[in-house]
Design a protein around this ligand. Structure first.
Ligand code: FAD
Length: 310
């Protein structure tokens, strides 16, 4: 069974989400190809060719894919999909944007945000904010699947030596155009892939407290900073810190939930963390139901003490 994986990249580097999607693809079928669609993206294609388990890399190198606009990506993927039984992309902002369009163009349905592969046509995906895991079977001739990267381990052994083949670009749809990207730059690790995440909630009570209390802890642990939606909505933390159902899904080795109650929408984004540490003054807070370690206390005392101890 042949499977096409759509690479996530920035025209220079292959993102680790691609390797995680390849890991899922290898459970779907043995013949895994990767599509790199971008502009001046030869280094990405070379990196994809080295990825373990990849048999062939298709490269669509054209200005029309420079920013991976969903309409152009959708038509390219749809034009290639007919040669495959399954097409997989990471369930990232980009993947969630273009893959449903490609599926619609091929007149098949999507299976989104899978966390496990049961067989070539059967997948597990969370529903109801992660409270239920649904096992879904697709009878479509081509399965279009987005893969939750945190649910699969990337094979970084780079033992592959896949062939690289150029594919023709499709015409610009003209339906959308790239205007500008304002990317936040942080010195910290990227939230979605960080080993340690320190997240703060409404209890921090101000942006000043958020930084003053959590930054020293995050610095000690080389951690990424995250936040609950309440903290983001109140302006204590930037929007791209949000963890949860409508934010980022993280699965670090250690997740600190500081002054976060543990609403299901927050837990949906962090429950796959290996170790969860909760600091909350309310011993009844639902976060303690998912925490491995819980400290009942005032965060304004507990966190500085923790930093001192570290
Ligand atoms: P609160 O629920 O107010 O909890 C604050 C906690 O801090 C309490 O448990 C309190 O005991 C504790 N506390 C107070 N003072 C102290 C102190 N001094 N020391 C220690 N502890 C203290 N939320 C998300 O986080 N992410 C999402 O993606 C998300 N998506 C949503 C999508 C939808 C459709 C909806 C309806 C909601 C969503 N929410 C999301 C919101 C979610 O339901 C909660 O409202 C939110 O997570 C609460 O944030 P919080 O825990 O910071 O605040």
């Amino acid at each position: 069974m042949s499977v096409l994986v759509i690479a996530e990249h920035d025209n220079k580097e292959l993102k680790v989400a691609t390797l995680k999607t390849i890991a899922a693809a290898r459970k779907v079928g043995a013949d895994v190809h990767v599509l790199v669609a971008g502009f001046q993206c030869a280094t990405v294609a070379e990196a994809a060719a080295k990825a373990t388990g990849v048999a062939k890399v298709l490269v669509a190198d054209a200005e029309v894919y420079a920013h991976q606009l969903a309409e152009n990506m959708g038509s390219l993927i749809a034009s290639l999909a007919k040669a495959y039984e399954a097409v997989l992309a990471p369930a990232t902002t980009a993947g969630k944007n273009y893959l449903p369009r490609a599926a619609a163009l091929c007149d098949v349905s999507m299976v989104s945000d899978i966390v496990a592969v049961e067989s070539a046509d059967t997948f597990v995906r969370p529903i109801y904010a992660g409270n239920v895991l649904a096992t879904v079977k697709s009878n479509d001739p081509i399965k279009f699947v987005t893969v939750r990267p945190t649910a699969f381990d990337a094979d970084v052994s780079n033992t592959g030596s896949a062939s690289i083949e150029a594919v023709a670009a499709t015409a610009d749809s003209g339906k959308s155009k790239f205007v500008n990207a304002e990317m936040a730059k942080y010195d910290r690790p990227e939230l979605a892939t960080a080993r340690v995440v320190v997240s703060g909630g409404r209890a921090l009570a101000s942006a000043e407290n958020f930084n003053a209390v959590l930054t020293p802890l995050a610095d000690k642990l080389s951690a990424a900073l995250g936040a609950s939606r309440a903290a983001v909505d109140a302006g204590y933390a930037p929007n791209d810190y949000q963890v949860g159902q409508t934010g980022k899904v993280v699965a670090p080795e250690i997740y600190f939930a500081v002054g976060i109650s543990g609403a299901i929408q927050h837990i949906a984004g962090m429950s796959a963390s290996k170790v969860i540490v909760a600091i909350n003054k309310d011993e009844e807070a639902p976060i303690f139901q998912v925490a491995d370690y819980g400290i009942v206390g005032d965060l304004f005392t507990v966190v500085p003490e923790l930093v001192k101890a570290l």
